[in-house]
Write a protein that binds this ligand. Structure first.
Ligand SMILES: Nc1ncnc2c1ncn2[C@@H]1O[C@H](COP(=O)(O)O)[C@@H](O)[C@H]1OP(=O)(O)O
Ligand SMILES: [Mg+2]
Ligand SMILES: [Mg+2]
Ligand SMILES: [Mg+2]
Length: 404
């Protein structure tokens, strides 16, 4: 449980802030009082000011997010197991959308609101209920409602009341927020890697929270990811158990536990500094990211191992525990990245000591609404490989431009 301290600052005061000091500074500046702060975490206020300092900020939100992602993973696993052709129907962008995408979004939205009743609720999420409100969507809607109710019942909570189809539609549409740089927003991809999900491969339920445009916590449930390393230089492991939950809170590190388990392990990115020993992740789907560009970058760097191709933000999770050293993502021309595809994954990697940036080395900016505008692509690695990777990316991109 987090504790809160109220400080009445009249002069220079030393305070201890668990979490992100920069974010805290920006908050107290906004209160209309001049506050100067220093790296030693002391602050001087120009007028008396009451500071409420939580020693464990975002703790309630973190617990709610873990619960929501874990239950959504349970729902998705059930659907993936029984996936029938009729569960897949087409959205205007032709991507397969399953009852699990909608069910997962409804469940996460419902649980976050239920667990955090005193907080304003804003959720930026991938799906909307448009197709489910049509006559042709009624059977699917009933199926989703049953699934959501079955999953809630399996939670074993006494306070469970059955949701109606209208409740489910309302929960899905709870995800219509536009996000932005002001206040707090949840960010959700109810199934990231739908193609992997439909194929029986990797997918993730990716949930993050933004505070003033910055990702402050992230939870990524990867129901099909082995608990053991999946890197190309993996050690032989006796365990073939799958299902990982990665979670990270700003300033607190990244942890992994088995989905549904309770023993958590702190994870760190690998500390490889020689690119020859590095291996890299990229999309399974060549339509999502240029495999040619990745192999040209890998060659320039001197990477020897073949690419590890897997779907979804499971790549961020795998990288955060050191399974590989680099993740390269270069979508084809015209594709705009969305915040829900990277928010949870990026904090999972950065809190594990890694770095997620665009191809020009800029930090990812989640404060601009639902799109994540990046230069050319997204690259993720550890601190030691950052400079050489950026050089190789620049060279490969220049070569590509001059060959056009
Ligand atoms: N044409 C595309 N180019 C790049 N990414 C895409 C494209 N279409 C969908 N995506 C999104 O890319 C992510 C999956 O990429 P990958 O698995 O290759 O890493 C998913 O978030 C997927 O959305 P979705 O959440 O609907 O699956
Ligand atoms: Mg996605
Ligand atoms: Mg999705
Ligand atoms: Mg999608």
């Amino acid at each position: 449980m987090g504790t809160q301290t109220t400080l009445w600052c009249r002069a220079r005061t030393t305070i201890s802030v668990g979490g992100d000091w920069k974010l805290f500074e920006s908050r107290i500046r906004k209160k209309g009082t001049t506050v100067s702060t220093s790296r030693s975490r002391s602050c001087f206020c120009s007028s008396p000011l009451t500071l409420i300092v939580s020693s464990m900020p975002y703790e309630k939100e973190f617990a709610a997010a873990k619960k929501a992602a874990t239950l959504a993973a349970r729902l998705c696993k059930k659907v993936q197991k029984a996936l029938l052709q009729s569960d897949v129907h087409s959205k205007s962008d032709k991507s397969p959308v399953t009852v699990a995408d909608y069910g997962s979004q409804a469940l996460v939205s419902f649980i976050l609101e239920r667990e955090l009743p005193s907080e304003p609720f804003s959720l930026v999420a991938e799906e909307d209920s448009g197709d489910l409100r049509k006559e042709s969507g009624q059977d699917t809607l009933k199926r989703i409602t049953e699934l959501v109710n079955d999953t809630l019942a399996s939670e074993g909570s006494n306070s469970f009341s059955t949701l109606t189809t209208d409740d489910v539609l309302a929960a899905i549409d709870g995800g219509k927020s536009e996000g932005g740089s002001v206040g707090r927003h949840w960010v959700l991809d109810p199934i990231d890697g739908t193609k992997g999900f439909v194929r029986g491969g990797q997918y993730a339920i990716a949930l993050a929270s933004l505070d003033e445009g910055k990702v402050v916590l992230g939870v990524s449930a990867c129901p099909n990811l082995p608990l053991a390393s999946i890197g190309s230089n993996q050690q032989l492991s006796s365990s073939n158990e799958v299902g990982c939950l990665f979670f990270a809170k700003v300033g607190d590190g990244t942890y992994m536990q088995a989905l549904g388990g309770s023993t958590q392990t702190r994870v760190h990115v690998c500390d490889i500094d020689n690119p020859e020993e590095a291996s890299f992740f990229e999309s399974f789907e060549a339509a999502h990211s240029s495999h040619d560009l990745s192999s040209s970058i890998a060659e320039k760097l001197g990477v020897k191992a073949p690419p590890v191709r897997i779907d979804s933000q499971a790549k961020y999770g795998a990288l955060s525990r050191g399974d590989g050293a680099i993740y390269l993502r270069f979508p084809h021309k015209g594709y705009r990245e969305k915040i829900w595809d990277h928010a949870a994954g990026s904090i999972v990697v950065t809190e594990a000591g890694g770095i997620a940036m665009d191809a020009a080395g800029n930090p990812l900016d989640f404060s601009k609404g639902k799109f994540l505008d990046v230069v050319s692509g997204i690259i993720v690695t550890n601190q030691k490989l950052k400079a050489s990777l950026l050089r190789a990316v620049k060279e490969a991109l220049n070569e590509k431009v001059s060959s056009l």
